[in-house]
Design a protein around this ligand. Sequence first.
Ligand code: BES
Ligand code: MN
Ligand code: ZN
Length: 500
Amino acid sequence: MTPAIMPAISLASQPAQFDGAVGFTVAEGKDWSGALSALDAACGGAIKRTAQAASFDGAKGKTLLVLGAGADVPARIVLTGLGSDAPSDLDLNKAGASLLAEIATRGDTTLTLVPHDGSAASAAALVEGAAMRSYRFDAYRTRLKDDQKQSIATLVGACDDPSAAAGLMTDIAGRISGNYLARDLKHEPANVLYPVAFAQRVKDELEPLGVEVTIIDEARMEKEGWGALLGVGQGSVRDSAVVVMHWKGASGGVHDDPVCFVGKGVCFDTGGISIKPAGGMEDMKWDMGGAAAVSGLMKSLAMRKAKANVVGLIGLVENMPDANAQRPGDIVTSLSGQTIQVLNTDAEGRLVLADVLWHAQEKYQPRFIVDLATLTGAMLVALGHEKAGVFSNDDELAAQLFDASEATGEYVWRMPLGQEYNKMLDSKEADMRNIGGGRWGGSITAACFLERFIQKGQKWAHMDIAGVVWSDKPKPLVGSGATGFAVRSLDKLVQDNYEA
Ligand code: BES
Ligand code: MN
Ligand code: ZN
């Protein structure tokens, strides 16, 4: 497992001369910044002339690459438009990302990003976006040519007063590292990243940062009665595992009770005996996207030393067909004591989460729980690849998730729970069945299943991230492949609402 390398990031004063490539933001209909005008003067107006020839006026999302503008200026200068409205942080993130995308493989090792307004906060937002877009998973590409490789290794935000955003850079480094970890985990194939390997990787990443990491193995789960989770893993030659990651960043006072994040970590989902069709099954290597997000979040919180107590719990299994696999119709007893008739072995994520959610509540009495799971194909039918579904028994928590998601571009949309859906899970032979009656409303019945393992009064939200953990087409901020969805938004949720 070779981790993707994050570029070094920093802020600096506006340099007299640029080292490597340089990128600028341009506000539509406004004068160019002093820094950009000075560079243009240094190359005899070549940038302005190119902009005019290309009709580049700073319209939102448009970029302009200026090559070889002069002997004493960077060989590659790139401009991106912000439009005429005042840009949000997310707009600046996206601007930084498009500047990076334009320059990434052209041979420069440093990219300096210069915001239109010269402010440290804007420079930091550009750097964050560029670092997000800079992610590459090339671990197994042994024959990449130089011009296919990412050359940028250093990102510098140039601004008038770098000290104004020094703290911000620590936060950004944490969030990006967490996002990168989540993406690495999703990219790794299932022959490499099986449950115990996942657990070990997370331990190696997080313990040095001061996170307490406990691995609950199969023997302990058998003794304690994690029957729902173990039933899913029993067809695999790989052992199942649960990882508990405890970050104790708050000291004393009302903020001591932890908040919990729970992730579905199905390292590969064949469907089991209710086997999936062959076409596209390879996608199910990222059926651990919830667990990846929780692991990345813990890394982010620890790196920026968040003043909060947070427990991340992930249930790691492999869902395989096998002579010893769970059969349709099997009845398992969950950790909560409730029995479940497993009518479809492909509805396995909810079985894993049932036991991990129960353990989280029994052990930590959390202020809230958010679980993340690539839970249902029906989620893609409802919201496509643009937004994740949020199901919650608490309006305040749902609103906090929504606000954090809007700020980071990791969009969520609220979906319903309700008795009408919940009762579809009633079984004549056990306390419940693991699927609803038909295929309609599949994401909602899945969420209702999880709700049956939420204790009275427990604030809880479930995020079905099936449509957003991976993107085949390039997205502005993340490019294509694993997105690391929810690391940055959940980090923000904690930072904005739960830090002392
Ligand atoms: N991991 C899948 C959900 C999934 C499917 C995520 C496609 C992303 C893309 C999950 O375990 C699953 O198989 N769910 C079934 C549930 C059904 C059997 C009730 C589904 O959605 O088809
Ligand atoms: Mn499945
Ligand atoms: Zn699954």
